[in-house]
Design a protein around this ligand. Sequence first.
Ligand SMILES: C[S@@+](CC[C@H](N)C(=O)[O-])C[C@H]1O[C@@H](n2cnc3c(N)ncnc32)[C@H](O)[C@@H]1O
Length: 347
Amino acid sequence: MPAPDVPFETQINKLWGHIRGLHVLHLIRTGADLGWFRLLAEAGDRGLTPEDLAAPKGLHLPFVRVWWKTAIAWEVLDPLTDGRARLAPHFDAILAKPGDPRFLLPYVIATLDHFQQDLATHTAAMADGAVRTFQEHGHAFAEAIGNTTAGLHVLMARRLLPEIEEARSALTDGGTFLDYGCGVGGLVVQVAKAFPQARCAGTDVHQDGLEQARRTVSAGGLEDRVTIHDGNEWQGETASIDVISMVEVLHEIPEDVRAEVLGHCRRLLREDGRLVILDETYPDDADLRSPEAALAVQTQFNEMTWGNVVPTAGQQATLLEDAGLKLIERSTIGGIFTLLIAAPRGE
Ligand SMILES: C[S@@+](CC[C@H](N)C(=O)[O-])C[C@H]1O[C@@H](n2cnc3c(N)ncnc32)[C@H](O)[C@@H]1O
């Protein structure tokens, strides 16, 4: 196949863009650490000057000015008149609103604090295939991941579950909810708050996550309605759960135990129950550049050395089918996530 006729500048500019991307992450990190995005969000259309950013903490103004001009150049800030600038459109939600489903700042922080270190092991890993699992990454990592998924938890508890008729009616009517692979407990707490009549539980195999999840539940005063189970020993009661969720979990389960885990979900579900999976779907080779596959491709790359394998749509369907579950709905959420809704297959 002849090489396509692409200008040299187009290609080299792609690489310049990637190099800039790493710089942008650090620029955002600095702005977040210094509380500037909160100040800018509060100022709204009025905007702020570099002096406004420097003054509260008595910061070094020449450096603050460089940050501020660079943030304008890289479209994080939009310039106004009188030497002021404001956050670019929607960047208040993206960088300054914890709890907003679109709040992406935690992903920036996890990338710099954690993913970057794993990516740096790739050259060596190509030779030895060394794996450092999610669970081997420790407490701060589990918490950082819980922060990256917090927006998904709000989305799941406030929009996706209420939109599934069977889930909504069961959970508003005192039904049971289980978050499988609950991590540090963000979703189980959100669901308990969104459905005050529901009895909720979370299970995970990661001790650091379980400890944090128990603290989160107790901080929310929800111990009477939310239980956290150690998945290394807990089996649960057959046909006892109305809704099981898995958020960013399926692709994290080692391939050789996925069938067992989905079989467990099938056993736990009531006959009219629902398994709701929010995850990523790895593309077939022809779709590697599809925008819908962008996050899955990136996840597979940076989680390769955790031992994770992001399943394709075909693999997801087979796993559900083999576990005695039927796939009721597959949809794309936010252009990059996959929502799978499954139910026990009647005999
Ligand atoms: C990316 S984290 C997501 C955590 C949580 N669902 C969230 O949204 O923040 C994946 C979680 O799946 C858990 N996990 C992996 N294999 C599991 C298994 N066999 N049983 C239960 N949890 C598992 C991991 O320990 C980890 O906490």
